[in-house]
Design a protein around this ligand. Sequence first.
Ligand code: ADP
Ligand code: ZN
Ligand code: MG
Length: 465
Amino acid sequence: MKYEAVIGLEVHVELKTNTKLFCGCRNEFGKKPNTLVCPVCAGMPGTLPRLNKEAVNLAIKAGIGLNCKINKFSRFDRKNYYYPDLPKGYQTTQYEMPLCTDGYIDIGGRKIGIERIHLEEDAGKLIHEEDKTFVDFNRSGVPLIEIVSRPDIRSGEEAALYLKKLRGILLFTGVSDCKMNEGSMRVDVNVSVRPKGLSFFGAKTEIKNINSFQYTQEAIGYEINRHIELYENGKTPENETRRYDEKSKKTYTMRAKEDSSLYMYLPDTELVPLDISEEEIDEIRKKMPLLPEEREKMYVKEHGLSDFDCENILQEVHFAEYFEEAAKLSKDAKNSANLLITQIFSLLESDKVIKIKPLRLAEVSNLMTDEVINSSTAKKLLEKLWEEDFDVENYVKENKLFQINEKDVLSRYIDEAMEENQKIVDDYRKGKKKALKALTGIVMAKTRGRANPRLLNTLLNEKLG
Ligand code: ADP
Ligand code: ZN
Ligand code: MG
């Protein structure tokens, strides 16, 4: 039988606010445990929540970026459960009336529906050490949105595409930093399988908290095959929550799926419902930054960038801003993009900070465009600029790094190289075409990498006959 996979994703994203959702504690990652806590986010009796407007605005931004309807009226509910990282004994979330509904992400021609985006608070974190468990409440009350897709995804590859697009939109709107390694973006996947061509749903399993797009794709692939194998053997997958183990590349049972009725959802009585005006939504809509897709269109149209260039530059907001700044100052923005991707990105460290001013990239690029320097000099300059800032034109003048564009000067270098390397010349004339590359390298070295590569190629070909 032919099968078809049905996949829906639930993605939790921490909002990039200054403070937590219901109190004034700072929203920061990596601080000393339990230093960002107050009676409200510690769930002390008698405290009252106060909604953070910044979080609401970011959630609305996400909704607009994800083509959702922004509901003017929404409400908070209590999801009741007991766990040591949840001091109130319930999570404040939105259940019946979420802030945003009915959106989609276009993953290249196909639209994946978004059922809802709701605003909620994060829980604390348990830290297990040998036979002890500690609890850190710094994360307790950090604002989250949960983005729930419709079961429109059909493969692990599509899931990865969806996540990539989602991350791009959330990054460029400033909603979240989407750092999977710090848990500010967390992915749960729901997978089921059905006979191809039919429209009912098969039994679904859920895989929780996968921490990379790659693993998400792998886990889905594994899970689809597992379901098919069960059906082929006359069995049905259990309705359960599983986890993905990156080493064995398999999923394992964690627990039976909770029924939502167990949570006894109830409207939160301490928070007034959200009542957002059309004007407020319009105000946010007007201030929406350009999304990755719009930027991509602009890069292709105005600067002639390729899909590959766009994909690389649009990985991070500060890469895009850097490129746009350099492009403004460049005579040939495509050349600046090439230098950025091939040279500068190879110098990046794990913090991804670019240690060269956009102006300097443009200066180097412009000297190339004007044929004052060649690409090997450009590379050296960028490596040097990574260490310290300097005026590129002066530096090139002082160090005589000009490209050699004069035919007779370059001819002399070539003659010298040919005389000293008679064997390579003979090899070439005997038909060993690779010898041309060797001679090019020798002349380049003699000129300290300054030869105009096009002229060098022409002259060498002429001289070798
Ligand atoms: P549950 O009540 O089990 O949590 P929901 O209806 O809330 O299920 O859906 C949670 C996620 O699971 C959504 O992203 C949804 O698209 C997805 N989903 C629902 N049904 C299926 C299915 N049969 N196969 C795969 N994904 C599904
Ligand atoms: Zn607090
Ligand atoms: Mg659900």
